[in-house]
Design a protein around this ligand. Sequence first.
Ligand code: ADP
Length: 161
Amino acid sequence: MKAIYPGSFDPVTNGHIDIIERAAKLVDKLVVAVAMNLEKEAMFETQERVDLLRQACRHLANVEVDYFHGLTVSYARKHEARLIIKGLRAVSDFEFELQQALMNKRLDDGIETMFMMTSAEYLFLSSSMVKQLAMLGASVTGLVPDGVEKLLLEKTKLMQR
Ligand code: ADP
């Protein structure tokens, strides 16, 4: 079975990597798809987000990284994937994710969304938290892959000038 793991990944965190590693064990092929979401003002360019993910997923043979715009279900259909994987953290994620999953089901009844619970150590980890920490000069070591930490520090230094 082929699955899509969509998200902004602005930038990828160790919480995302945990979901990717666990999901990759369950499916034949996992496509991590960076959504070019026009509403969200991103810190990282789409290509940077893709490159950072590719670097962080090098050790996973059945994981591919791509990007898309438009509907997740259209992207999934195009790639003949009938499964969307999403991660769930606290209850606060639930309402939005439920709404999205139900809307996706309405758009395409042949595509299922499955949720994976976060590992406890990543419960409070989000891309926006990581960006905030870096901007305030706090260390993000252990929260993001090495390549992300490096680029994040460079970007925040430039922004603080
Ligand atoms: P964020 O909410 O961090 O901006 P994304 O939009 O990139 O994340 O999220 C992509 C997917 O990864 C979503 O399903 C989201 O719930 C999930 N996710 C994000 N952070 C974590 C985490 N720490 N643990 C588990 N799942 C996560």
